[in-house]
Design a protein around this ligand. Structure first.
Ligand SMILES: Nc1nc2c(c(=O)[nH]1)N[C@H]1C(S)=C(S)[C@@H](COP(=O)(O)O)O[C@H]1N2
Ligand SMILES: [Mo]
Length: 228
């Protein structure tokens, strides 16, 4: 993690990344679909490579209730704020996709993810005209107490492969992989696929949040647009 932050601060590396990403964005944008795979291509082992699974009283209570107390808050610049239970999320149209997760550190893993399209959840909440981004707040924090968060612009958030995943490889997402709800963004690098999501806030800008760069890793020098 330390080495990652160091590379990210290297100006030459950043310029290279920026130019590659600009070209990527221009050629592929987020309209393109990420490659999908077959069941036989699912990785036998999917690394756990995030901050530690939350272990505080709030998360322990959620686990003890089998996430019966869980609510996904959808609020901010929306006409219809919502607090969705897992049962409500499961009652919506479910999408499954077998996609590859690419970590910026160089490893990849393929899994089957199932859940609701973020677009469908946003449609329920009806973003207002000033909506530009969706910010995802997670339940984990680093050793300094800084929370993990991420963001997508509304265009990326409505991409058909972007899921609020509820299941991984056919079972409810295990706690260590982001239970009960994890973002899956197969068109972008792994740090966009935020685990342990508790709130999606629709905003006009994220400049006032945390480090101001729109995500935990972005605040440490990584690119906000992480297209692959
Ligand atoms: N909440 C949260 N989400 C996160 C992270 C994290 O530390 N916290 N790490 C990101 C990074 S960099 C990667 S590669 C993947 C790792 O997911 P995995 O542990 O399920 O492999 O989660 C992403 N989402
Ligand atoms: Mo990562």
């Amino acid at each position: 993690m330390k080495r990652r932050a160091f590379i990210a601060r290297n100006p030459a590396f950043n310029r290279l990344l920026s130019s590659v990403e600009l070209v990527n964005h221009a050629l592929i944008g987020t309209r393109g679909l990420a490659q999908t795979y077959t069941m036989s291509e699912i990785s036998p082992v999917f690394p756990i490579e995030s901050l530690p699974t939350p272990a505080d009283a709030k998360y322990r209570d959620l686990v003890a209730s089998h996430f019966g107390n869980y609510r996904l808050i959808v609020d901010g610049a929306v006409e219809q704020p919502a607090a969705l239970s897992l049962a409500q999320l499961h009652s919506m149209r479910q999408i499954s996709e077998i996609t590859r997760h690419d970590c910026v550190d160089g490893w990849s893993a393929i899994a089957k993810w199932s859940g609701v399209r973020l677009a469908d959840v946003l449609a329920l909440a009806r973003p207002r005209r000033d909506a530009r981004y969706v910010v995802f707040y997670c339940m984990d924090t680093d050793e300094r107490g800084t929370p993990y968060y991420e963001s997508l612009d509304c265009h990326q958030a409505n991409h058909p492969q972007v899921l609020l995943a509820l299941r991984m490889n056919g079972v409810p997402i295990p706690n260590d992989y982001g239970a009960p709800v994890r973002l899956r963004v197969p068109t972008q690098l792994g740090y966009k696929s935020a685990k342990w999501i508790e709130r999606a806030e629709v905003v006009g800008s994220f400049a006032h949040l945390y480090g101001g760069d729109g995500g935990y890793w972005e605040d440490q020098g990584y690119q906000w647009y992480a297209g692959i």
